[in-house]
Design a protein around this ligand. Structure first.
Ligand SMILES: CC(=O)N[C@H]1[C@@H](OP(=O)(O)OP(=O)(O)OC[C@H]2O[C@@H](n3ccc(=O)[nH]c3=O)[C@H](O)[C@@H]2O)O[C@H](CO)[C@@H](O)[C@@H]1O
Ligand SMILES: C=C(OP(=O)(O)O)C(=O)O
Length: 433
């Protein structure tokens, strides 16, 4: 598969962060919304505050591949999608060369089922985080009347769905994309669907609001018990994507690591959830003034160690566990991290240890022995959050840190290097010769 020009991040540590950074629109809200836009058989969907990240570009390629007309007005951060011509079942395919590069590709399946009566999944990607199953999605589609057949030889999934009807669904764990996908499968199905043990993430609620504006009948968002009454048709609407709480968390932790005083435009302290209180305990000061979140850390006061256990929202977000691990290497004492969502997240520990950290991993638990003086090294981004966390570590390391492959950072953070550089950091994103 073509990767385009490969890039890396090069960071020289030792500078505090000061100034203003703009927090992007949420990756994990925009991807389901691009999938949802394909449910509208008339009109043009307008999505605003769209982050200019690789996952969005892949999602738009996929939307075009299945027959939608797509415009990305990058300067306006606006995407316009016309899905009125999604009527060729031959195109109801998620090809591996696009779909295997991001997890969000699975969010296209409901639209293909409704609009073309079938879907073939030739690959679904996403960060390399160990085992990441999609059984809740497939079993849920089947309970709503789809036929889901695995072609083991080719490693494809073939779904046929001439007729979807409401059903009673229960998720064994409150899967984020699983909840979104089952809602999208239910909105145009005949009758009522109930989804028990549904995800509570703010992005899921934003997606529900978007679908409701399109005419979907959904109640119970944010309660864990969602009811969907199927409707005949959905209309294209305009929607502004919520801000990305993970991007905000990473910038807050970068400020905490380097020391300094930063205003995050668009960041919402409430969406950070418990991560806010963990950082508060470590010695990071927050204050929200309207749409601006102010983050401050006095570099002369040492950071305190922290314990965090990842769990679905409102628990500590697994996507923020990686930058927290990097930050904890600087804290005075032992920090404990318990990862409950992804078995692969701790690949970061070895990379941070190459930079001088002292992190012990035992199964799903990690102990970070701080404080350590980090030094620059060549390190590997195993996934999006590892990549961003290594850049963060590089901000405080002595000498130069080189993080590759940069594509993984670019999957989820827009203009990461230039936004950090605007705060005074020495970070460049450059092609690998
Ligand atoms: C595009 C997107 O929104 N990605 C986010 C989403 O991923 P994603 O929606 O893939 O994560 P899930 O909430 O589904 O995964 C949670 C856990 O459930 C398991 N599981 C999930 C589905 C399933 O059918 N069977 C199953 O066993 C997974 O392996 C994982 O251990 O939520 C994650 C957890 O907050 C975030 O890290 C990702 O950034
Ligand atoms: C795991 C992540 O993304 P995805 O689900 O798209 O792989 C992430 O955002 O950290």
């Amino acid at each position: 598969m073509s990767m385009g020009q490969e890039v890396r991040y090069r960071v020289r540590g030792g500078r505090p962060l000061n100034g203003t950074a703009f927090i992007q629109g949420a990756k994990n809200a925009v991807l389901p919304m691009i999938g949802a836009a394909l449910l509208a058989s008339k009109g043009r969907t307008v999505l605003r505050n769209v982050p200019n990240i690789e996952d969005v570009r892949r999602a738009l390629e996929l939307a075009e591949h299945v027959g939608a007309k797509v415009e990305f007005h990058e300067a306006e951060r606006t995407v316009v999608i016309d899905a009125s011509r999604l009527d060729d079942p031959e195109r109801a395919v998620l090809p591996a060369d696009i779909a295997a590069r991001f997890r969000g590709s699975v969010l296209f399946v409901p639209a293909l089922m409704h609009r073309m009566g079938r879907a073939r999944i030739e690959g679904v990607g996403g960060c390399n985080l160990g085992s990441r199953k999609l059984d809740f999605h497939y079993r849920g589609f089947a309970r709503l009347g789809a036929e889901v057949v695995e072609d083991e030889e080719r490693n494809h999934i073939n779904i046929t769905s001439p007729y979807l009807r409401g059903g009673h669904l229960y998720l064994d764990t409150p899967s984020h994309t699983g909840t979104e996908n089952l809602i999208m499968a239910a909105v145009l199905a005949r009758g009522t669907t109930v989804i028990e043990h549904a995800a509570l993430e703010p992005e899921v609620i934003d997606v529900i609001e978007f679908l409701r504006a399109m005419g979907a009948k959904i109640s119970g968002g944010g309660t864990g018990f969602i009811t969907v009454e199927g409707v005949e048709e959905l209309t294209a609407v305009e929607h502004t994507i919520m801000s990305d709480r993970i991007d905000a968390g990473v910038f807050a932790m970068a400020t905490a690591a380097a020391g300094g005083d930063v205003s995050l435009v668009g960041a919402n302290l409430e969406h950070l959830g418990v991560a806010r209180w963990k950082l508060d305990q470590m010695g990071v000061e927050f204050s929200q003034q309207g749409a601006v979140l102010h983050v401050r850390r006095d570099p002369s006061v040492p950071l305190r160690p922290i314990n965090a256990v990842t769990s679905p929202y409102p628990g500590f977000a697994t996507d923020l566990q990686s930058p927290l691990m990097a930050l904890a290497t600087l804290a005075e004492g032992e920090s404990y991290l318990h990862e409950n969502i992804y078995d692969g997240r701790f690949a970061l520990a070895d990379e941070l240890n190459k930079m001088g950290a002292k992190i012990e991993v035992e199964g799903t638990r990690a102990i970070v022995h701080g404080p350590t003086e980090l030094r620059g090294a060549e390190v590997v981004a195993h996934d999006l959050r590892t990549g961003a966390s290594l850049v963060l570590a590089g901000l405080v390391a002595q000498g130069e840190t080189v993080v590759a492959p940069g594509y993984l950072v670019d999957r989820g953070h827009a203009q990461f290097a230039s936004r950090l550089a605007a705060l005074g950091a020495d970070v460049v994103r450059e092609p690998i010769a």
